[in-house]
Design a protein around this ligand. Structure first.
Ligand code: NAD
Ligand code: UFG
Length: 340
């Protein structure tokens, strides 16, 4: 068993990963500045697992806090989720994204180096692939220039980490390229709780279902896809969380820097998501077609063979679970972690 530092552990994917790490018997230390999350997710993770974790409310850009943390805890590896992820905001305030996502990662890896910790799992994204690649996307395909500044920060960090590992073979780094995380823990106690109007499809859809929003806007029905709406690879957040444990096991034993796609390999359209959500959950989802959203591609889904072969990982949940678990979380927590 290992002691794992989870940056951004109070967030959506981080809190689910903390549950899986604690369940597997690891010790967990979380650092999060709570800029996009609530500490309630961590107490619920503790309740779910009947285990304790250590929580430091702090910023990964604060070298003093990081040094103190590494002195107090004998960390074996780091899973790095902390970052900002709002695509639209990244276009309006690019420097905030460069500072947090790129600057924050540099500050973290410097502190890791000072502490002699060289195992890292990084949250990357399918957005790093060049748009000219046809799906299924595999890790040997070229990366490109992402259409937004958020994606750009992911690409820069990936490249930085590759160069770092090439220069110093003490490093062992996993770049996990997530496709579209959805769903929630089966209990409905933790889940996705975005601030303000959700940018992403699933939280928007569940907020329509719970009555917080009137109807779903489907961005474009004139794509070159079977029903004209955008196709994505939705992956259950618990499967995604488990991919981190598999990557961690792999990286604890090997050197270098390597990328793995984390998706199911199935392309599902927006209209299919909406229709299946109604069918699986028995709730009505009013919708309208509106023009395409700038920067969206028609189709993006993974070739996940490398992760299955090398990490010993396998997605367990299908679309019906993703839709049922997203709804279960939202229904039980209509206002997210804000219970008032
Ligand atoms: P999230 O916003 O729920 O979690 C990120 C967490 O990081 C939050 O708790 C936030 O408070 C914290 N944080 C942000 N900046 C920080 C800082 N400087 N210091 C300390 N804590 C900080 O997002 P998520 O969906 O759980 O995503 C986790 C990671 O996965 C992010 O890096 C994100 O870019 C990446 N990712 C997410 C998706 C997605 O669709 N959710 C897709 C691809 C990649
Ligand atoms: N969509 C709608 N209506 C909405 C929201 C989304 O029709 O209200 C559509 C989009 O046009 C797209 C699909 O639903 O076809 C999925 O959109 P999301 O915003 O949920 O996800 P994206 O695929 O655009 O983006 C995700 C992550 C990003 C990441 C990107 C590429 O949110 O962090 O994948 O990997 F950069």
């Amino acid at each position: 068993m290992a002691k794992i530092l989870v940056t951004g552990g109070a967030g959506y994917i981080g809190s689910h990963t903390c549950v899986e790490l604690l369940t597997a018997g690891h010790d967990v230390v979380v650092i999060d500045n709570l800029s996009n999350s609530s500490a309630a997710s961590l107490s619920r993770a503790e309740q779910l697992t009947q285990k304790k974790l250590s929580f430091i409310e702090g910023d990964i850009r604060d070298a003093t806090v990081l040094d103190q943390l590494f002195q107090e805890h004998s960390i074996d590896a780091v899973i790095h989720f902390a970052g900002l992820k709002a695509v639209g905001e990244s276009q309006q305030i690019p420097l905030r994204y460069f500072d947090n996502n790129i600057g924050g990662t540099i500050c973290l890896i410097r502190a890791m180096q000072r502490a002699g910790v060289f195992k890292l799992v990084f949250s990357s994204s399918a957005t790093v692939y060049d748009e000219s690649n046809a799906s299924p996307l595999n890790e040997d395909m070229p990366t490109g220039m992402p259409s937004n500044n958020y994606g750009y920060t992911k690409l820069i960090v990936e490249q930085m980490l590759e160069k770092l590992a090439a220069a110093d073979d003490q490093w062992s780094i996993a770049l996990l390229r997530y496709f579209n995380p959805v769903g929630a823990h089966k209990s409905g106690r933790i889940g996705e709780d975005p601030n303000g109007i959700p940018n992403n499809l699933m939280p928007y859809l569940t907020q329509v279902a719970v009555g917080r929003r009137q109807k779903l806007s489907i961005f474009g029905n004139d794509y070159d896809t079977p029903d004209g709406t955008g196709v994505r690879d939705y992956i259950h957040v618990v499967d995604l969380a488990n991919a981190h444990l598999c990557a961690l096991n792999h990286r604890l034993k090997t050197q270098g820097c390597r990328a793995w796609n984390i998706g199911t390999g199935n392309g599902i359209s927006v209209k299919q998501i909406r229709d299946n959500f109604e069918k699986v959950n028995g709730v009505e989802i009013p919708f309208e077609y509106v023009p395409r959203r700038e920067g969206d591609v028609a189709t993006s889904f993974a070739d996940n063979a490398r992760a299955i072969a090398e990490l010993g990982w396998q997605p367990q949940y299908g679309l019906a679970d993703m839709l049922a678990d997203s709804w279960n979380w939202q229904k039980q927590n209509p206002n997210g972690f804000n219970e008032s």
